[in-house]
Write a protein that binds this ligand. Structure first.
Ligand code: 4GX
Length: 250
């Protein structure tokens, strides 16, 4: 997948995209990430990219010209047509794991990062296909949201994660919160690892983990259970957990 990121601050992306799994994915040519400095497409003498809002008010708005010019160039490089063009903004569609999986199937993504009060509405109306919000809080720019989207989308591209990791993600645990993880040593400062994980009994371990996932989801994010395919066994466990929790809470 090719990802073009339009930003006024390309330097912000250097470290995050040169570490860990994203770095490896780039080295393996599974993803190609390009940052494009919007300022390079400003045609005026001082390379201005923002101006005061028509109608008055505080703050600055990103001008249409550099972005339209930048898009002309991008389109030229991609045979006249672009695929998904995503703007990061608080007014966008909530970003979810499902959204990440959908974007991971695209060949080419363009991410537009706004700064200041935002971007001239004509950009949104004429160049943007998707608007994404990473959550209900206000950031100083779209750069961090773009990094979040690139990270979540990249790990859904086949080969980016180890094969075992991806298989597990998709088959069994999707939609529920993760069960607790432990590693060596089996006792640390008197803190023990649950015996069942040391038992070697794979079916019991699988059931324990599933139960832990269900318990955590029930306690912390019960609304997530609506979107999960639950087996007969899951439902039995949930009824049991509910009864247990009610007993404790009353
Ligand atoms: N999830 N922001 C974008 C400037 C802006 C405003 C409007 C385009 C249109 C955010 C979020 C977020 C702050 C990024 C405002 N650009 N983006 N920026 N939460 O808060 O995505």
């Amino acid at each position: 997948m090719k990802i073009d990121i339009l930003t006024l601050f390309p330097e912000m992306f250097v470290s995050p995209f040169n570490a860990s799994i994203i770095k490896r994915a780039r080295e393996r040519n599974l993803i190609e990430i390009n940052t494009i400095n919007i300022r390079d497409y400003s045609r005026n003498k001082h390379h201005t990219v923002d101006d005061t809002p028509f109608g008055g008010g505080a703050g600055m708005v990103m001008m249409p010209e550099p972005l339209f010019e930048c898009f002309d160039h991008l389109k030229e490089m991609h045979g006249g047509q672009l695929g998904r063009v995503i703007m990061m903004c608080p007014q966008g569609q909530p970003f979810t794991q499902e959204y990440a999986k959908e974007l991971a199937r695209e060949e080419h993504l363009v991410l537009v990062c706004g700064h200041y009060e935002g971007i001239d509405e004509r950009v949104r109306e004429n160049l943007i296909t998707d608007e994404i919000s990473i959550g209900d809080y206000v950031l100083t720019g779209g750069e961090l949201p773009a990094m979040v989207v690139v990270d979540a989308v990249s790990r859904m591209i086949p080969g980016v994660l180890g094969e075992a990791a991806s298989a597990e993600e998709d088959s069994f645990y999707h939609g529920l919160l993760e069960y607790p993880h432990y590693t060596k040593p089996r006792e640390y400062r008197g803190l023990a690892v649950p015996d069942i994980l040391l038992s070697g009994h794979h079916e019991n371990i699988r059931r324990w983990r599933r139960r832990q996932s269900l318990l955590r989801t029930l306690e912390r994010r019960p609304e997530l259970l609506k979107g999960v395919e639950l087996s007969k066994e899951d439902k039995k466990v949930l009824r049991e957990l509910l009864e247990l929790l009610q007993g404790l809470e009353l």
